[in-house]
Structures are given as structure tokens and as C-alpha cells.
Design a protein around this ligand. Structure first.
Ligand code: 5GP
Length: 184
């Protein structure tokens, strides 16, 4: 079965600005479809239930894994995160380009199954900038920020496996760079 749409994967450290970049991308390219991940993480106070994620219990998540309903999944920051398979495959069949905002491990799993997918790694200008953004976001305790910082170093070490590295030194510039690549 030939897929008509493209799979666009955006990864990068927590706090590097992936979410904002995705938001700006779909504002400027409304033809793009964003996949909504499923997670066992509880919603943050500013997160509308089942808008940014489909929030499920661990039992529900594991049942989705067993039923092969996830394209990929991973366990990090004490919770499960995964990409619902059917939605993504249906959209690709309809010729839609689909964005997945997922971590490095998930991205590399998807690349194995969909070798044509386009992998973008979004990087913050510095470790300090990353820390400042996480702190400013105010959604994590200092201990959790440190866990995210440690994970970001591991993710950064794998950026050479990505097709494109995007430095998020300016939102405008970073979004423009991704759009130029997508429109080529
Ligand atoms: P957060 O808890 O900050 O929303 O997300 C934590 C990390 O989980 C981020 O790096 C995000 O990209 C990743 N993530 C979100 N959804 C998925 C998913 O469906 N699969 C995988 N593998 N990672 C995800």
C-alpha cells in the first residue's frame, strides 16, 4: 500500500519549543494534520482534557498496546506516551501530511516502519535557555526539571539520526525553515 501523505516527525528536548513550533506550523499550513498522542500522564492545569492528549489510565494504555492500536509508544517521565495507529494511517491514505510531536525513541521506531518519514530535531540555543523555558513554563517541580534536563542531553546525543536539525533561536526563523523544507 503506497502512502500518499507524508509523516512529519518533530522531536527535541522538553522545553525546546516543539509544541509552539507545531502550533505555528498548522496556523500557517492548515492542510497539515496533527496526531493527538495518548498518555497516562495526568493533565497539567493549563491543559484542556483530551485536547492536547488523550488522557487514559495505565490499564487502557496497555490494552491499546496489546491490541496493536499504537504506531509506537514509549515510557518516560514515569508515564506512557503513544501514537494512535488508525488515525495516522487513515490520514496518510487520504493523502494528508501528518505531524507527530514525539520523543526520539518513538521517532526512530516510526522511521523504521515508515522510512520516508521526515525527522526534524528541534534544539534550544543552549542548555541554559532550555532550563529557563522549563522554569518559566512553571508546570514541573525543580526535581522534574532536572530529570527532563538529563533526558534532553541523551536526546541531543541522537540528533545526528535526524534528517533535519532546527535551531529554535527565533520562533519565526525556525518555523520558516521547516516550512521551506516542507514546501520543497
Ligand atoms: P510532555 O509530558 O511534556 O507533554 O511530553 C513529554 C515528552 O513526551 C515529549 O518529549 C514529547 O515529545 C513526548 N511525547 C508526546 N507524545 C508522544 C508519543 O505519542 N510518543 C512518544 N514516543 N513520545 C511522545
Amino acid at each position: 500500500m503506497a502512502n500518499k501523505g507524508r509523516l512529519i516527525i518533530i522531536s527535541g528536548p522538553s522545553g525546546a519549543g516543539k509544541g509552539t513550533i507545531c502550533y505555528e506550523l498548522i496556523k500557517r499550513m492548515p492542510e497539515l494534520i496533527v496526531s493527538r498522542s495518548v498518555t497516562t500522564r495526568p493533565p497539567r492545569t493549563n491543559e484542556q482534557k483530551n485536547r492536547s492528549y488523550l488522557f487514559v489510565s495505565q490499564a487502557e494504555f496497555l490494552s491499546m498496546v496489546q491490541n496493536n492500536e499504537l504506531l509506537e509508544y514509549d515510557h518516560h517521565f514515569e508515564h506512557f506516551y503513544g501514537t494512535p495507529r488508525k488515525f495516522v494511517e487513515d490520514m496518510l491514505k487520504f493523502g494528508k501530511d501528518v505531524i507527530l510531536e514525539i520523543d526520539v525513541k518513538g521517532a526512530l521506531q516510526v522511521k523504521q516502519n515508515f522510512p520516508d518519514s521526515m525527522l526534524f530535531f528541534v534544539e534550544a540555543p543552549s542548555e541554559q535557555a532550555l532550563y529557563d523555558r522549563l522554569k518559566k513554563r512553571g508546570t514541573e517541580t525543580e526535581e522534574k526539571i532536572q530529570i527532563r534536563m538529563a533526558r534532553s542531553r541523551l536526546e541531543l546525543a541522537q540528533k545526528n539520526k535526524y534528517d533535519y536539525c532546527i535551531l529554535n533561536d527565533s520562533l519565526e526563523r525556525a518555523v520558516g525553515e521547516i516550512m521551506d523544507i516542507l514546501k520543497k
